[in-house]
Design a protein around this ligand. Structure first.
Ligand code: KG4
Ligand code: ZN
Length: 364
């Protein structure tokens, strides 16, 4: 008879408080029993970004209720779960402490094992839950804190092929929005404005295009946007739309070049992979222009393009629960209860830190 592992996932690394109950059958089939997310967007928007102290307090206030809600919606109690998985890095340390301490307390009280999960591993393994993807595959993580191209070889086996040497892509969207007077978070605002804009009006730079290394750079683009806006100030609504459209076009061109090279490298290193795949994750993955660009690139390169549903691309506890289940299934030992949260925790331990990488507290 097939056995089922059931786990409680907890996520508190940034500005989403989340809890979920997820199951995995021994043939690898997943089942999401509940998925509860509370976004703190309203609490931070007045400040134009995430305020760590406000975030930590909001996690404290919401987490217990959210866990109760996740159990209720899954129709189970704590005694019915086999383990607890809590994000323990990277991210904002106050929030990580709240989630990990709660996970430890539940583990101590119930005697169930605790898995301290790397948030990036959650993003990296999501496509196995949504699409049953097999190893190896490539993952592009584009969020407010990270822009990384990662080779996913297996559970716990990650190789960073490229990263940003300055701003994360979501950060570039947020900063561009801010300097154009658009609301926070900037990504959706820039995308909406770009719909009515002329992408060919401003010729913005495409940093690192043509270079063989697979890294990214976005701070020059933001500076160019500032210069373009200053040169035509005061800007009209149409000017803003044109700048946003030109900004997105520059990003598309940059990603096409950078990721295109990554796909070629994958083909060279794994020539026997029958249907190579590129997965996208992170908040910026909601951007339709970005999705179109990556889809075109994959079509042209013989890759399958996988964009999990937005809810599972942005921060959530289902991916943390799933990463815990994957680790359990792979025979990984649980963590000791003295495990500490880590604000910085690269997935690829061998990859060196590049200048400026993870400036915003290495959140993902
Ligand atoms: O993964 P996420 O929800 O949170 C963390 O960064 O942890 O990503 C948030 C980022 C923000 O920078 C936001 O501006 C960006 O994702 N974003 C977008 C879009 N929606 C969210 N960027 C571009 N286009 C969008 N539609
Ligand atoms: Zn994230």
């Amino acid at each position: 008879m097939a056995s089922v592992l059931r786990i409680l996932g907890i996520e508190t690394s940034c500005d989403e408080t989340a809890a979920a109950i997820v199951e995995r059958r021994d043939d690898g089939t997943p089942r999401v029993c509940s998925d509860v997310v509370l976004s703190q967007l309203d609490e931070h928007s007045a400040y134009g970004g995430v305020v760590p102290e406000i975030a930590a307090r909001a996690h404290v206030e919401a987490l217990d209720t959210l866990i109760d809600e996740a159990l209720k919606r899954a129709n189970v109690s704590l005694s019915d779960v086999d383990a607890i998985a809590a994000t323990s890095g990277p991210g904002l340390i106050g929030g990580l402490l709240v989630g990990l301490m709660t996970g430890k307390a539940i583990s101590r009280a119930t005697g169930k094992p605790l898995y301290a999960i790397n948030h990036l591993e959650g993003h990296a393994l999501t496509a196995r839950l949504t699409d049953g993807l097999t190893f190896p595959y490539l993952m592009l993580l584009v969020s407010g804190g990270h822009t990384q191209l990662i080779l996913v070889r297996g559970v716990g086996e990650y190789e960073r092929w490229g990263t940003t040497i300055d701003d994360a892509l979501g950060e570039a969207f947020d900063k561009t929005a801010k300097l154009l007077g658009l609301p926070y978070p900037g990504g959706p605002a820039v995308e909406a404005a770009a719909k009515n804009g002329n992408p060919d009006r401003f010729d913005l730079p495409r940093p690192l295009v043509g270079e063989t290394r697979l890294d990214f750079s976005f701070s020059g683009l933001k500076t160019a946007v500032r210069q373009a806006a200053t040169a035509i100030a005061p800007v009209t609504e149409q000017d803003i739309a044109d700048i946003c459209a030109s900004f997105q076009k520059a990003i598309s061109r940059t990603l096409k070049d950078r990721i295109g090279r990554g796909l070629q490298r994958f083909k060279t290193e794994f020539p026997k992979t029958e249907k190579p795949s590129l997965v996208v994750a992170g908040g910026v993955a909601a951007n339709l222009e970005l999705r179109r660009t990556l889809q075109e690139l994959c079509d042209a390169s013989g890759f399958r393009f996988i964009a999990p549903p937005s809810r599972l691309c942005t921060d959530n506890a289902v991916m943390i629960a799933w990463a815990g289940l994957e680790r359990m299934a792979a025979g990984a030992a649980p963590d000791d209860l003295d495990v500490q949260p880590r604000s910085r925790w690269p997935l690829d331990q061998k990859a060196e830190t590049l200048l400026g990488h993870g400036k915003r507290g290495a959140k993902a």
